[in-house]
Every structure is written in structure tokens, then in C-alpha cells.
Design a binder for this molecule. Structure first.
Ligand code: C2E
Ligand code: MG
Ligand code: MG
Ligand code: MG
Length: 292
């Protein structure tokens, strides 16, 4: 190849690799443009408590791409992480989530809702991360305990001391922490002892086959018990059917998230979901009360 190019160019890559690299570079500049043009937005997936009330939402980023339509984070978060674009993207997510909390704080129906934000390992370990979060909290003037940061176990791999230090600073401000995809990463129980966590989030890979796979059921029960013993909250993600939800409730997992309740929704749809559900829950409780 180098010869056919005239002997000057030295090409180390196979053509397919070059195509992949070109695609990545193109995606990087598209992400940058997308940020500039305001193409990213947050969707909200309800988190439901034992009374059937929506008490929180996980903020999940979507890219409203001018040509490709709604793009899933799976398609661009890895590239954003590799290229460092996760910093401006992550800042956008934090800013948008805190602005939303600020807007909801004025509405009695919505003021109790917390928002969980996903934080990438590279974003978390950046020297500016804590200052970035503080700046967003200052500018939005929200109650910091309404903000939950979801970290994955990969965050801990990089540097446990850095993680503990940063979490302590943020916790001192009132920010809460959840350990996402729990049980699928590399963390040891020793880390659980060191980290100032508030919640374990059971990964959907354990929840999906809960009813048919005895090992998954055992793992889920163990995580719930572990959380209880450590004084942590616990939430199951990927709850798709009534029976799985009932199993989780019977085993004292009082917070659940999944398609059984709702997929991630645009802000307006999330607010409508909440109103309808409130009305539904109220009528059911009132119905019970009038029966007895
Ligand atoms: P995650 O944090 O574990 O989010 C849960 C994913 O599972 C979401 O996919 C959600 O839509 C999906 N999900 C929820 N309930 C169910 C269910 O009942 N069944 C099934 N099959 N799936 C369900 P999504 O929105 O595509 O996000 C994928 C991942 O992208 C997230 O996994 C998270 O790691 C990452 N991500 C999303 N938003 C952000 C963000 O703002 N920042 C960063 N750094 N990562 C993000
Ligand atoms: Mg998450
Ligand atoms: Mg997860
Ligand atoms: Mg996941």
C-alpha cells in the first residue's frame, strides 16, 4: 500500500481499521457540534417506591441528531469517554439535571423528586470534577441531597483514594451516591466498607431472569441483604414484569426502576406520568379505604 501511494506515505493500518478511525474522528467532531447546537437532552426514568410513588428519576442522555434521529448513549458515550469529550458532555448533564431540580422545586407535586445522574470514571477522576459539581450546585441553588451521583465499580479501579476523597467532599455538601450496575464489576467488599455510599443499584443482568434462574435470585437476595446490613438503600433496575417486582418487594427491595413502570421519558411525559400515577395511586388507596 505504501508503495502504491508513491513510497512516501507509510500506512500502518489495515483499510478497515482506517475506516473505523475515520468514523471515530467524525463522531468526535459531531459530538462537539451537537453540544454547540444543543442537540443533547435528558430523558427521565421513574424510580418507584413501595407505595407505588415515583420518588426519583434516573437522567439518561439522548442525542436528538438532525439526521439520525434519537441516538442512544451506547452509541456515543464510549467515544466521548475515550476522547475526553465526556467532560463537557458530563457538565451539560449535571447542569441540565440541576436546572430541572430547580424548576421542580417550585412545584409541590414535583419538589420531592430526586435525580440520579450517571458519572463516567474518566469524568469523576478529572481534577476539576468536584469543583464542577459545586459550581453547578451554586448556580442552581437546589437542595444537594436531591442530586444522586451514580458511579460504577470501574471508578474504584482507577484510584480508591481519589474516589473516597472526592466522595467525602461532595457528601459534605449533601450529595448522595449510588453504586450502579452493582455486582458486575471488579469491586471487592473491602471497597464497600471504605466508600461513603448511600445506595446499591442491582444490575439488570441479575434482575431480568430472577424468576427462572435460581442463581440470579440468590445473588439479588444477597445484594439486598448486604445493603441492609451496611445501612444502605437498594434499588433494582431492569424490572420488567409484575412477578419480578413482587419478588423484589417480598425481599425488601423497596425501590424499583424498569419498563414495568416506564421507560425513560421526555421531561413533559415524565411530568404527565407522575400526575397520572398519583391520581391512580390515590384512587386505589381511596378505593381500599372505602371498601373496609
Ligand atoms: P445505566 O446507567 O445502567 O442505565 C440503565 C439502562 O437500562 C438505560 O439505558 C435504560 O433505558 C435501560 N433500562 C431501564 N429499564 C429497563 C428495562 O426494564 N429493561 C431493559 N432492557 N432496559 C432498561 P440507556 O438509556 O440506553 O443508557 C445506557 C447506559 O448509558 C447507561 O446505563 C449509562 O451507563 C450510560 N449513560 C446514559 N446516560 C448517561 C449520562 O448522562 N452520562 C454518562 N456518563 N453515561 C450515561
Ligand atoms: Mg445508571
Ligand atoms: Mg445500571
Ligand atoms: Mg447498566
Amino acid at each position: 500500500r505504501a508503495k502504491s501511494a508513491g513510497g512516501h506515505a507509510v500506512q500502518f493500518y489495515e483499510p478497515e481499521m482506517q475506516i473505523a478511525i475515520d468514523a471515530r474522528v467524525a463522531l468526535e467532531s459531531e459530538i462537539q457540534l451537537g453540544l454547540k447546537h444543543g442537540e443533547f437532552e435528558l430523558y427521565y426514568q421513574p424510580q418507584i417506591d413501595i407505595a407505588g410513588e415515583t420518588v426519583a428519576a434516573e437522567a439518561l442522555i439522548r442525542w436528538r441528531h438532525p439526521r439520525r434521529g434519537l441516538v442512544s448513549p451506547i452509541e456515543f458515550i464510549p467515544t466521548a469517554e475515550d476522547s475526553g469529550l465526556i467532560m463537557p458532555l458530563g457538565r451539560f448533564v449535571l447542569q441540565a439535571a440541576c436546572e430541572q431540580l430547580g424548576a421542580w422545586a417550585g412545584d409541590p407535586e414535583l419538589a420531592q423528586i430526586s435525580i440520579a445522574v450517571n458519572i463516567s470514571a474518566r469524568q469523576f477522576h478529572h481534577p476539576d470534577f468536584v469543583d464542577d459539581v459545586f459550581r453547578v450546585l451554586d448556580s442552581s441553588a437546589i437542595d444537594p441531597s436531591r442530586l444522586v451521583l451514580e458511579l460504577t465499580e470501574s471508578v474504584l479501579l482507577d484510584s480508591i483514594d481519589d474516589a473516597v476523597g472526592k466522595m467525602a467532599m461532595l457528601k459534605a455538601r449533601g450529595v448522595r451516591f449510588s453504586l450502579d450496575d452493582f455486582g458486575t464489576g471488579y469491586s471487592s467488599l473491602y471497597y464497600l466498607k471504605l466508600l461513603p455510599l448511600d445506595q446499591l443499584k442491582i444490575d439488570q443482568r441479575f434482575v431480568g431472569d430472577l424468576l427462572t434462574d435460581a442463581n440470579d435470585a440468590a445473588i439479588v437476595c444477597t445484594i439486598i441483604a448486604l445493603a441492609q446490613c451496611l445501612g444502605l438503600g437498594v434499588i433494582a433496575e431492569g424490572v420488567e414484569c409484575e412477578q419480578a417486582s413482587d419478588f423484589l418487594l417480598a425481599h425488601q427491595c423497596h425501590l424499583q426502576q424498569g419498563h414495568l413502570f416506564s421507560e425513560a421519558l421526555e421531561r413533559e411525559h415524565f411530568e404527565t406520568f407522575l400526575q397520572c400515577r398519583r391520581a391512580d395511586v390515590c384512587s386505589r388507596y381511596n378505593g381500599q379505604a372505602s371498601d373496609s
